[in-house]
Ligand binder design. Structure first.
Ligand SMILES: C[S@@+](CC[C@H](N)C(=O)[O-])C[C@H]1O[C@@H](n2cnc3c(N)ncnc32)[C@H](O)[C@@H]1O
Length: 206
């Protein structure tokens, strides 16, 4: 980790970037949302761990080619952009050859279920193959939250299309003894199917 130049994409309050800094890396935390970056600035004040904060779109990263050794995100940016294939290409551009792009998304198979941690979240109600986005609107019909769905095959295709090599697809299992329920996440569902998919990829060297 020491000295590695790491871009955290869709960093939100930049918790991962502060952890990376504490491990000796040189992270930059990027997010589209000024509000989320304000949380990141407040967390930096509280913790005393400061990382550079950049407000930008994952589709137009304000960095030169081959700037970073690693790009990563936990659930950031990728599920929220319409053209995620373009986001993959943009990540490939700012990574040095041999660098890694590691990102997590809600596991694509969750798309078929309601976001219900109980029994209601165990019945398939949506098609896995329906790529229409999930949209929430305010009273005036303005979209306030949009989440995109891609199948596992779509993700692999857009990664390969951007020139990445897929090294691993990690599907964490629900930890034994963890009884907490948070939003759609619960032991009931967690012991039956994965909630998270972590794609571990590499930009080939040379
Ligand atoms: C679910 S949050 C995850 C935040 C953080 N990674 C974490 O683990 O707490 C998703 C984040 O992606 C950001 N985001 C959404 N679209 C983006 C885009 N096009 N470019 C950069 N960030 C984006 C949001 O503002 C939000 O902070």
């Amino acid at each position: 980790m020491t000295g590695r130049r790491i871009l955290e994409l869709g960093a939100g309050a930049a918790a991962a970037a502060r952890w990376l800094a504490a491990e000796g890396a040189r992270p930059v935390a990027l997010d589209l949302s000024a509000g989320m970056l304000r949380h990141a600035a407040e967390a930096a004040d509280r913790s005393g761990v400061r990382v550079p904060l950049v407000q930008a779109d994952a589709l137009a990263l304000p960095f030169a080619d081959a700037t970073f050794d690693t790009v990563c995100t936990a659930f950031g940016a990728i599920p929220f952009v319409d053209d995620s294939a373009a986001a993959m290409r943009e990540v490939a551009r700012v990574l040095r050859p041999g660098g890694r792009w590691v990102f997590s998304v809600t596991h694509p198979m969750r798309w078929i279920f309601l976001d219900d941690p109980g029994e209601g979240g165990l019945t398939a109600v949506h098609s896995y193959f329906d790529r229409s986005p999930y949209v929430e609107q305010d009273a005036r019909g303005v979209a306030t939250y949009v989440e995109q769905h891609r199948t596992v095959g779509d993700r692999i295709r857009e990664l390969v299309g951007a020139g990445f090599r897929l090294l691993d697809l990690v599907e964490p299992e629900w930890p034994a003894g963890h009884e907490g329920v948070w939003g759609q996440w619960s032991p009931l569902r967690g012991r039956l199917f994965p909630g998270t998919a972590i794609f571990v990829t590499e930009k080939p060297a040379g």
